[in-house]
Every structure is written in C-alpha cells, then in structure tokens.
Design a protein around this ligand. Structure first.
Ligand code: XIL
Length: 377
C-alpha cells in the first residue's frame, strides 16, 4: 500500500541513475526463475482479448462486504459498473485466517452478487505483503512457505475457476523506493523466505490452477512524473520480461492509479510504458482508481477541479495505444473509502476520492471519464 502521506517521501527520494536500477535488480534469471514447482509453462505471448463491455472499455468498482447491506450503495455498483470485484475479501488473511481453513463465504457473496447481476468480477490478490494472517507472518522455512503459496493459490483459484475473469497474482512487489539498498523488490515474508522466485512461483501456480483467468502483476506509483516513478516503471518492465523469459504468462500489468491530486501524471512516460508492454504482448488494466486530495486546499470545487486534471491526464496516457482491459475504481462512492483513513486532510475536511459523492451523485470527472471510456472502444 502506498506510504501514508507519501508525497514527502516521494519528493524527498534520492536521485539514482537509471542504470543503477538494473545493476541492483539482482534478479538473475536463475534466482528469479528457480521456482522449484515443476515445469515452466511455454510462453505463447497470448495477447488478452479486449473484454468487451456492451459498449466501450469496461468500468468497474471494488465493493466491500461490510457495507453490503447499504442497499443504495449496492445498487450504485449495478447502475454504474461492468465489473464488480471484492475489495478486501479475497486477500490472504480474509480467506485463510487459520492455516488450511478456507472461508469463502464473504467473497462468495460478493462474487455471486456480481454474477447474478450479469457483471464480471476479478480477484485481488493472491500474494501481498499486507493483510496476511499472523501464522503467515510467522513462517520461516523455505519449503514450508513454498507449500503455503502453492496450496493457497491452488485452492483459491480452483474455487473461483470460471467465475473471476482475472487475478492480481502478486500485489505491490516493487519496493516503494526501488533504488534504495535492498531494492528493487519489497521486503516481504514471501521474499524473505523464498527470494525473488516467489513471483514466478505464484504465476506458475496460478496459470496451472486457472488456465483461463488473465494473470496480472499489480502495483502502485506507475503513472507519475519523477525519477522514483521512472524507476518503478523500469523495474516493472524488467519483472515482466523476466517472467516471460522464464516461459510464464503475464497477461497484464495492473496500474492501481491511487492518484495524488497534487502530483503530475507523466502522460508521455505512461504511454511509452504501456507501448513497451504492448510490444511484449502484455495488456494494461487500471485496477484501483481513486483520488487522494489531502493536499488540495479550498473546498469541493477545488478538490473536484484537481481530480479532473489528474484523472484526465491518467486517461490521456492509458488511452493511447491499445485500449486497457478495464478501468476499475477502488470503491464507488465517497461514503466508503480507505483514503480518509490512510491520508486524511489535516483540517478534517472529507476527501472526495471516488466517482460518486456521499449522496451518490456523479462527480464531473467521472462523467467525463465514462464518456471517454465509451468512446474509446
Ligand atoms: C485497502 C482497502 O481499500 C481497505 O479497505 C483495507 O482496509 C486495506 O486495503 N493498495 C491495494 C489495496 O492493493 O488492496 C488497498 O486496499 C489499497 C492500496
């Protein structure tokens, strides 16, 4: 998850040369690809079909079980979304709180809600550094950790086979500042116990467990202007390349798009990044769109004006080249969002992160975005 109030960290990040990234990448093909979990899958560079919405690029929203009883909230997803996905309920700690005991009840409620209403859904996420149960954080044996990874992905992917169009196989594997010592990968329980090979291991297992799901590598801070963001994009390209070199499918890169309203999206760099991925047969999907406006002074008008700029810049980058698979927002209404918990305004003013306000009225930036998604198909 992005550091809270990470603007200071982002701007204060030391400048490193881009070659340094590759020098420190430390993912030799051998260490990275030594999955030890069976034969690699032949790469066929399958280019995912654009998952067509009735018209336009599909738009989605992440729904939360704890608010499911709020009927207007629930209805808003049906009114506005082609994709309705569980926000938290498919995370490791919510599915397998105790080792070997899987509880799919909450995630099933949400996935069934989507399906019963003719909506697609997607999975977030097999492996992450956060929201792990205590027993996972206590793992300290390589073979044991490997069997936990394989077992979890197999069980969960199998349970949802045919019901989830895509999976975030790994989430936020790139270090916040990938040029710092210890980078470019984030220090996680998975990396600590397995080394970098946990990433191909996860992709290999997911591909075997649900051959039809599109497999996504998902991360944040892939869209802004600045050296740290250039570094993160470069690391992502390297990761995808290495997975492909090892014979694994990566169907898409997920760009979370938690958009800091006071940051600048690097439209050209984003378009180039996307083009490079396209050249490798890898699609692009916006997975967690919302606007983080705690640095925006003034009132609702200023907040929405800033949001309009940052979202429109994102779309300029994302809509260049092949259409993205989808644009998914991290919620649907300002009634419920993680943004005010993680990055609140100092003066207590409510954030306005999501397409609909607290009264479920569409924001101007949402209307504009919807029109562009419709036109871009
Ligand atoms: C957040 C959810 O929105 C919160 O409800 C939860 O308490 C913590 O996780 N990046 C991610 C998401 O990949 O899973 C995070 O979601 C937000 C940042």
């Amino acid at each position: 998850m992005p550091d809270t109030h990470d603007s200071a960290a982002a701007h204060g990040a030391s400048e490193g040369d881009r070659h340094g990234i590759h020098a420190t990448l430390n993912l030799t093909r051998r260490s990275f690809m030594a999955t030890g979990a069976g034969a690699a899958i032949a790469a066929t560079a399958r280019i995912p079909p654009a998952r067509a919405a009735p018209t336009g690029i599909p738009f989605g929203g992440a729904i939360q079980f704890e608010y499911f009883d709020d009927r207007p909230y629930r209805q808003a997803f049906l009114d506005h979304c082609d994709i309705v996905m569980p926000m938290n309920e498919l995370k490791f700690g919510l599915l397998q709180r105790e080792r070997g005991q899987f509880d799919f009840s909450r995630s099933d409620t949400l996935v069934d809600f989507a399906r019963d209403n003719g909506k697609a859904s997607r999975g977030h996420a097999f492996l992450w550094h956060s929201t792990n149960p205590p027993w996972v954080d206590a793992l300290n044996d390589e073979r044991d950790t490997e069997s936990v990874v394989i077992d979890h992905i197999e069980r969960v992917a199998d349970h949802y086979r045919g019901r989830l169009a895509s999976w975030d196989v790994v989430n936020e594997v790139i270090a916040h500042e990938p040029r710092e010592a210890g980078g470019p990968l984030r220090d996680t329980i998975w990396r600590r116990n397995l080394g970098p090979r946990y990433i191909p291991l996860a992709f290999e297992t997911a591909a075997r467990a649900d051959p039809d799901a599109l497999l996504v590598i998902n991360d944040y801070d892939l869209e802004f202007a600045g050296d740290r963001y250039d570094a993160r994009r470069a690391v992502m390209l390297d990761l995808v390349r290495q997975l492909q070199d090892g014979g694994l499918h990566v169907d898409a890169v997920g760009c979370q798009a938690h958009l800091y309203a006071h940051f600048k999206v690097d439209v050209d760099a984003l378009a180039r990044f996307k083009e490079e991925l396209e050249g490798m047969g890898v699609a692009f999907i916006v997975t967690e769109l919302d606007v983080i406006d705690f640095q925006i002074r003034g009132g609702v008008e200023e907040q929405d004006a800033a949001a309009t700029v940052v979202v429109s810049d994102l779309l300029d980058g994302v809509l260049s080249g092949r259409p993205p698979l989808a644009v998914v927002a991290w919620g649907i209404t300002d009634r419920y969002s993680w943004v005010d918990d993680a990055m609140p305004h100092e003066d207590g003013k409510p954030s306005r992160p999501l397409p609909l306000d607290v009264d479920l009225r569409p924001k101007p930036w949402y209307d504009a975005m919807k029109a562009r998604l419709l036109a871009a198909s």
